[in-house]
Design a protein around this ligand. Structure first.
Ligand SMILES: [Zn+2]
Ligand SMILES: [Zn+2]
Length: 328
């Protein structure tokens, strides 16, 4: 099979490689669509010690089962391979499984013609759902998980809140679309890249360039920081009203300072969210298949052979697409 290998910092190479063997309880999925994630870009820069080259990255995918359980079925997959018996798994918080591994991190990923996946990770798609849309399940489930977590900490229903989303990459854009679908009416997205602002505006979202128009202090009940940089964390703390909640989703840097004094004085709730549970993934497939998040035409598709260029374009900010999906 052909696979896009991450061979070293800023190097991707399309290679022929042996079909990986199938163990008991595993299926082979022919990949029809696989999205490039921010975490793949992070690895591409050589910044992720968990992703060691040479390896096949990629964990957002949909395809058709060609060997194993569910042969002939279209599926998406939970890239988190969980143990099912640790404390977290037993209490339904499988995203925190103590023994988890992950496709495209410590198992071969989805930037390939096919991928081997444990049967329990497969999620069958409803009839007619396009593989490109289904490949958005993983990032959209991350967003769903984060919105549900934040919603539980608000004093009033989420739909009544003023909400600021920082960043309009795929996660920021999906956060905006999902909040709108949840009935949030006073919703603003902050994005510095004009191409991305345009894409989000076309999807009907209200945008600001925070360098021109910084969000007002104490103006919103909830903030989603989908960038996760020192400057966006400062913006988030400033914009949140006393008693409000801040969801930290992005992983761009870990630089300080972080205004803990404001967290105390404004009685802020600061939350993190990591990936999704199997329930979140199933709910997200239903949501995406229903069309409730709009046309999703901001996704750009390219062949697997265009993968290396896609990485370079994303890094250089040369594309207006919030998400590039490769179609092997
Ligand atoms: Zn991802
Ligand atoms: Zn577990």
């Amino acid at each position: 099979m052909q696979a896009l290998f991450y061979t070293g910092p800023e190097q991707m190479e399309l290679r022929d490689t042996e079909l990986p063997p199938l163990a008991a309880g595993e299926s082979r999925v022919r990949v029809l669509a696989t999205g490039i994630c921010g975490s793949d870009l992070h690895a591409y820069h050589g910044h992720d010690p968990r992703r060691v080259p040479p390896m096949i990255l990629g964990h957002e995918a949909a395809g058709e089962v060609v060997e194993g359980a569910l042969v002939g079925k279209r599926v998406t997959m939970n890239p988190l391979v969980i143990c099912g018996h640790c404390d977290y798994c037993r209490e339904g918080r499988q995203n925190l499984c103590s023994n988890r591994t992950m496709l495209g991190m410590n198992r071969p990923g989805t930037f390939a013609d096919s991928v081997v996946v444990p049967d329990h990770c497969l999620i069958e798609l409803p009839d007619g759902m396009s593989p490109v849309v289904a490949a958005l399940t993983e990032p959209a489930a991350t967003v769903l998980h984060a919105i549900n977590r934040l919603e539980r900490s608000l004093a009033r229903p989420l739909a009544e809140a003023r909400v600021l989303v920082i960043g309009a990459g795929a996660v920021g854009l999906l956060t905006g679309l999902m909040l709108r679908q949840r009935g949030v009416r006073r919703l603003t997205l902050a994005e510095t890249n004009p191409l991305r602002r345009e894409t989000a505006e076309r999807a009907g979202l209200t945008m600001i360039d925070p360098r021109q128009t910084p969000p007002e202090a104490d103006s919103v009940e909830a903030v989603f920081d989908c960038v996760g940089a020192a400057v966006t964390r400062a913006m988030a703390v400033q914009a949140t009203r006393p008693g409000g909640a801040l969801m930290h989703l992005g992983l761009q840097d870990n630089d300080g300072p972080f205004d803990m004094r404001a967290v105390t004085l404004k009685e802020l709730i600061v939350l993190g969210a990591y990936t999704y549970t199997p329930n979140d993934l199933h709910a997200t497939v239903d949501l995406l298949a229903s069309g409730a998040l709009g046309s999703l035409d901001w996704v750009e598709t390219r062949g697997l052979e265009g993968g290396a260029t896609a990485f370079a374009d994303l890094v250089a900010g040369r594309t207006a697409a919030a998400k590039i999906v490769l179609t092997p």
